[in-house]
Design a protein around this ligand. Structure first.
Ligand code: NAP
Length: 280
């Protein structure tokens, strides 16, 4: 597995498995199978209400805890809950996570960020991150952070390659982790002629070409899947390299198109909602 080195010296695998919208049973299965086939990065969140299942998937995989880069996210309802980090660790069944995000710039997000910094100092989070903090939010945080985050997680795929945000990230050596790397499975993205053509050239599927593009952009990818064949394909992307000309061709698809449009009203709703953390 290829790794990237974060701004605090820690290494993170460039490909992982995402678990958004996976039921506890599906998340447990996908995480276990992914780790058994060689994945070493797993992404979840308080809000996915599958953290206990992800923890079981890790244990059942037989892969040692210290070999897994485990990423999760505090939800806004937890930003002012002083026990939020410990409760998250308890659900996951671990005594540290490798990466802890604040999930949304909603509610008292600065209190949430302070919790991340505290968890980092205490060794409960080996690295920290901000999720959905593009634009004015990262600008505001820059004035207040005591520890520079290692990661930002944002929507990124060939229709939106985050060129503006990347200028700020380069300044602080913050890595980008792409969510919706396959456009949440959008067939019109995956079947763009350029990906079909490159897939034929390299003996890969369109989805694999897209994921390889992410890693060559310097992004970490965490495609979500409950299909074991897709999970296997998504890991099998590091044995070919797109040329500069091919990367430039793919860059032409960027039209700043997001699949998910978040509004200020939604941020307020996020702050008011508390996930029904699963008991199982
Ligand atoms: N921070 C945030 O706010 C945020 C938001 C969204 C997501 N995320 C994170 O990012 C991860 C990725 O996002 P996502 O899972 O929503 O979207 P995604 O990875 O872009 O797409 C997932 C969809 O693509 C399909 N798929 C996966 N591999 C495929 C392949 N090789 N060929 C064809 N189809 C394939 C999956 O279906 P099958 O199950 O049939 O394979 C699923 O429907 C999430 O799981 C989560 O960890 C974070």
């Amino acid at each position: 597995m290829e790794n990237i080195t974060l701004n605090n010296g820690i290494k993170c695998p460039v490909v992982g498995i995402g678990t958004f919208m996976l039921s506890p049973a599906a998340a447990e299965n996908s995480v276990r199978e992914a780790l058994k086939m060689g994945y070493r990065l797993v992404d979840t969140a308080n809000a996915y209400v599958n953290e206990r299942a992800v923890g079981r998937g890790i244990k059942d995989s037989g892969v040692a805890r210290e070999e897994v880069f485990l990423s999760t996210k505090l939800w806004p309802s937890e930003y002012e809950n002083d026990s939020a980090v410990d409760e998250t660790l308890e659900r996951l069944g671990v005594d540290y996570v490798d990466l802890l995000y604040i999930h949304q710039p909603a509610g008292n997000w600065l209190a949430g960020y302070r919790q991340l910094e505290k968890a980092y100092r205490e060794g409960k989070a080996k690295s920290i991150g901000i999720s959905n903090f593009e634009g004015k939010y990262i600008e505001e945080l820059q004035k207040k952070w005591e520890i520079v985050p290692q990661f930002i997680q944002v929507e990124a795929h060939p229709y939106i390659n985050q060129s503006e945000l990347r200028q700020t990230l380069e300044k602080y050596d913050i890595k980008l982790m792409s969510w919706y790397p396959l456009g949440h499975g959008d067939k019109s993205l995956i079947n763009e002629p350029v990906f079909t053509e490159l897939g034929k050239k390299y003996g890969k599927t369109g989805a694999q070409v897209i994921l390889r593009w992410h890693t060559q952009m310097g992004f970490v990818v965490i495609p979500g899947s409950k299909n074991v064949d897709h999970i296997r394909d998504n890991l099998n992307i590091l044995d070919f390299t797109l040329t500069d000309a091919e990367m430039a061709e793919i860059a032409k698809l960027d039209n700043n198109r997001r699949y998910y449009h978040r509004t200020d009203a939604q941020l307020e709703q996020f702050a008011a909602w508390r996930p029904d953390f699963e008991k199982r």
